[in-house]
Write a protein that binds this ligand. Structure first.
Ligand SMILES: N[C@@H](CCC(=O)N[C@@H](CS)C(=O)NCC(=O)O)C(=O)O
Length: 357
């Protein structure tokens, strides 16, 4: 078991899959290479010789090409109940030190409870790094074996009518990530636990919890395979960031908060939309739309040559703007913006996330 003088990681996970399958995922190379690394990494090489005295070796590759190689020897193999093996990094911390992994597989009514200990780390920092790494790896194991796939682990919290929630949903759809949508309202207790400002969306991937749509999309982009949500060049990436930031800081304020919400939740005399507020918002929106019109001149996307996070932030906002008279007229006078929006609106990620209002 774990070294009493060392620092240990203990993780308990429920996977909705038969115990034999979960056990085999730890010892069969073809399966292990599909999950035994943190999200965003890949496994170019894996050999598992799971028999008494046998060894394993697994090479992980990060996106920047850095390789991390671990290997070890089996100490106990009791299929499908228990597995104990040593773990030694060739080139990561703690380098050249044997640590010990012990996994107990407990059969439950609808799946398997996995109790894992990785023990014997020399300090809290390496223990914490392994806790995060295993947490992320076990997310991938769940993706692979659980009948709900990624939706067992990846959860988006928020009302699907929210433009920001739609942005996050579109990003998940563009990446091809399955997820569970928990339809919760801003400032509800569920959201308060995840998002200190009470705003939606919030996000969870196993033990990783995030708030702020751009942070959620950054994570989704790097943690999962699929087309990139940020452009490939330095200039285009910066331009994408510029638009995400401007949409968050200025466009959302005028277009959604001061314009659309004034129609949806009128605050004027007699329960009508407040004209003063709407007129002032339309004034600002006019300048913003002119800016977008120039940005879309001769191009289909806000940054680079393909869809990016910037487009995902803008499309749900302009969808709402177009539902109300001044917004519809304004968009009608900006053909470049409308061309960009028609391209976005034809995508499954946009169609499948229609807010239904
Ligand atoms: N900066 C946040 C903004 C999110 C946001 O404002 N969401 C709206 C719904 S579209 C919300 O939660 N509103 C509640 C409120 O303003 O208190 C993000 O990017 O996620």
């Amino acid at each position: 078991m774990a070294d009493p003088t060392g620092f240990d990681v203990t993780l308990i996970r429920f996977v909705r899959a038969p115990r034999e399958r979960v056990f085999d995922a730890f010892v069969q190379s073809a399966i292990a290479r599909r999950w035994m690394c943190p999200r965003g990494m890949s496994i170019p090489e894996a050999q598992f010789d799971a028999r008494a005295g046998g060894r394993f070796r697994v090479a992980m590759r990060a996106r920047d090409g850095t390789r991390f190689v671990a290997g070890g020897a089996y100490r106990e193999i009791t299929r499908p109940e228990k597995l104990v093996y040593t773990w030694r990094w060739e080139n990561a911390l703690p380098a050249g030190v044997d640590t010990l992994v012990s996994v107990v597989f407990v059969e439950r009514a609808s799946g398997t409870e996995l109790r894992m200990t990785h023990g014997g780390f020399p300090d809290a920092a390496t223990r914490d790094a392994h806790e995060e790494g295993w947490g992320s790896s076990l997310n991938q194991l769940t993706d692979l074996l659980d009948e709900r796939g990624q939706a067992a682990t990846v959860v988006l919290y928020g009302d699907p009518r929210s433009s920001y929630v739609r942005t996050a949903r579109m990003g998940l759809a563009e990446k091809g990530v399955r997820y569970t949508l928990q339809p919760v309202a801003p400032h509800s207790p569920d959201i308060a636990a995840l998002s200190p400002f009470g705003r939606i969306p919030a996000f969870r991937d196993g033990r990783v919890a995030l708030f702020e749509t751009s942070a959620i999309l950054r994570y989704v982009d790097e943690a999962f395979a699929g087309p990139s949500l940020v452009p490939g060049t330095v200039r285009d990436r910066a331009q994408c960031e510029q638009w995400v930031s401007a949409i968050n800081a200025y466009l959302d304020g005028a277009m959604i908060r001061r314009y659309v919400l004034q129609y949806l939740f009128p605050k004027g005399p007699g329960g009508q939309p407040d004209r003063t507020v709407i007129d002032a918002a339309v004034h600002d929106m006019t300048a913003q739309m002119a800016l977008l019109e120039r940005a879309y001149a001769g191009r289909d996307f806000l940054a680079g040559k393909a869809l990016s996070m910037a487009d995902l932030f803008l499309a749900p906002i302009l969808f709402y703007v177009e539902q109300f008279p001044e917004g519809k007229a304004l968009l009608g006078r900006h053909p470049n913006v409308m061309r960009g929006q028609s391209i976005l609106r034809a995508r499954a990620s946009f169609r499948d996330t229609a807010p239904g209002v």
